[in-house]
Design a protein around this ligand. Structure first.
Ligand SMILES: [Zn+2]
Ligand SMILES: [Zn+2]
Length: 133
């Protein structure tokens, strides 16, 4: 049993790393099940949550949407496409923001989650096509 759990965990983790596009749990389920149809949706969910809890993956909470998962665990930000729901990395200095906030609010900042909303390149293109038609 223990061995099976370890194997399933490795499969889910490796799938997340391979997808490298901040998938939702359901997207990971679909990808895992395309190769391992016997691994249940509940198992994939459980493993993803465990990976997030243990710090082996990041859980990205999206306002009004399903959680996304990220195999890159260093602190970084995400932009969420308000049209198709895709999530991408935003590269900017992370530490400075925390100290800037505590300087102005007087609060001691313990953590934060920050989400940018926008339109991904594909959705921008689609908008242009629609506008031109
Ligand atoms: Zn999009
Ligand atoms: Zn990321």
């Amino acid at each position: 049993m223990q061995e099976r759990n370890t194997l399933q965990k490795r499969i889910v983790h490796e799938t997340l790393i391979r997808m490298c596009n901040h998938p939702t749990a359901d997207e990971v389920v679909a990808e895992v099940q395309s190769t391992y149809p016997t691994i249940s949706r509940a198992t994939v969910y459980r493993i993803l949550n465990k990976l997030a809890d243990s710090g082996e993956a990041l859980r990205i909470r999206i306002n009004n949407g399903a959680d996304h998962f990220d195999h890159q665990t260093f602190p970084h930000y995400h932009v969420h496409c308000s049209s198709c729901g895709k999530v991408a990395d935003v590269t900017m200095p992370v530490k400075e923001l925390g100290s800037m906030l505590s300087d102005t609010s007087g609060y001691k900042i313990l953590g934060y989650s920050l989400q940018f909303d926008g339109l991904c390149p594909e959705c921008q293109k689609n908008e242009e096509i629609e506008a031109g038609a």
